[in-house]
Design a protein around this ligand. Structure first.
Ligand code: MRU
Length: 358
């Protein structure tokens, strides 16, 4: 079954999140590329756990998943009690929002759904309205990705080589992708000649997910170890380092997958440009700078193990931030669905969010 926008433009065939037959369908991203498995969800608590456990990941995809999770919560609470359901659902929403701390799209989506709940009469069945709002959030995200794909690709000189980090594609969004959407669009119109992807330790989103997506679309990709990025840039193979974001602070600092900062530092030193591609739902004006962005730390086992086996002695410590912050000064362009902000700074970001020109 098609979901919003699917199949309308080239290289846009994958949907990782879908409302199907009154349930939420998620591709289980933990087992790709070895297995392509769908999981189905009917309970909000299982949706929260799926977000924490990385069944679904990527900031916009997490937000859309949470919006559908709110629909499931409302259905259950309304069935339990037609009167008190609006109070009972509050704990579900808080639990959903806490599933992962860095991606602001999660809180953004839950807050949007909560604002709609606040407008309901107590006894009205909330499910049809909430479902249509969740589908709207999903559809808007796909449309934003298509728009960002066009705008980001227009920044590339034909024949460019690009390097990307983590997975920012259809799997990480409502469909098509942010940074990977730019790569899809740039490849479709001949501006991109070479795509490189960092493997992205420790979860290997680049090796497992970005390479899988590009293979599905028959777009050639070359994987590199994360630590090979500066040397690749030094060879003149890539002109742009193109990444997504989990949260963009009001001053343009960007939190994204661990390793983005290292890539951006190398890029600046070596004359490679840095493009961050993210919808405005990722911009958090309430967070003034990157220092205030909450960074998720994950289990040490993710570092101590790789490919299902131990790679370090049992007693060794491990420090495992899932994200880092790239200062705005290292970023050449932030591409959003509302426009491109070049050399980001606070005034330009606030003008963009206020609806003015970037
Ligand atoms: O830990 P993950 O896989 O959820 O991290 C994802 C990223 O860092 C992405 O770059 C970001 O969410 C943008 S996805 C369009």
């Amino acid at each position: 079954m098609n979901t919003p926008g699917q199949g309308e433009i080239p290289y846009d065939r994958i949907r990782a999140v879908e409302w199907r037959n009154d349930r939420l369908r998620l591709i289980d991203q933990r087992v790709l590329p070895q297995r392509e498995e769908d999981l189905f969800f009917e309970r909000v608590e299982d949706v929260s756990k799926a977000i924490t456990d990385m069944v679904v990941r990527g900031a916009p995809a997490i937000g859309i998943t949470a919006a559908y999770g709110v629909v499931l919560a409302a259905r259950a609470r309304y069935r339990q009690n037609h009167q008190g359901w609006r109070d009972a659902i509050r704990g579900d929403l808080d639990h959903l929002k806490a599933a992962r701390p860095t991606a602001v799209n999660l809180a953004w989506a839950v807050d949007r759904m909560a604002a709609v709940i606040d407008t309901f009469d107590e006894e009205m069945d909330p499910v049809p309205t909430l479902l249509s709002v969740a589908k709207g959030i999903h559809m808007d995200d796909v449309a934003a990705n298509h728009a960002m794909g066009r705008m980001g690709a227009a920044l590339l000189t034909p024949g460019s080589g690009v390097l990307t980090h983590c997975n920012t594609g259809a799997l990480a969004t409502g469909g098509y992708g942010t940074a990977l959407g730019v790569i899809r669009a740039g490849y479709a119109d001949g501006r991109i000649a070479r795509v490189y992807a960092d493997e992205t330790r420790p979860w290997l989103q680049g090796a497992r997910l970005t390479a899988w997506e590009l293979e599905q679309e028959q777009i050639p990709v070359t994987l590199i170890a994360d630590s090979a990025a500066p040397f690749l840039m030094r060879q003149g193979e890539v002109q742009w380092f193109i990444v997504g974001a989990d949260r963009i602070a009001a001053n343009g600092d960007v939190a994204n997958k661990i390793g983005t900062f290292a890539g951006a530092l190398a890029a600046r030193q070596l004359g490679v440009k840095v493009m961050v591609v993210a919808p405005t739902s990722t911009i958090d004006l309430a967070t003034p700078s990157g220092e205030r962005i909450p960074i998720e730390f994950r289990a040490p086992e993710e570092i101590r193990r790789c490919g299902g086996r131990d790679v370090a002695p049992e007693g060794s410590g491990a420090w495992n931030p899932a994200f880092d912050v790239t200062p705005a000064a290292l970023i050449d362009a932030i591409v959003t669905e509302r426009g491109v902000v070049e050399a980001p700074e606070p005034d330009k970001i606030s003008a963009l969010m206020a609806g003015g020109s970037a």
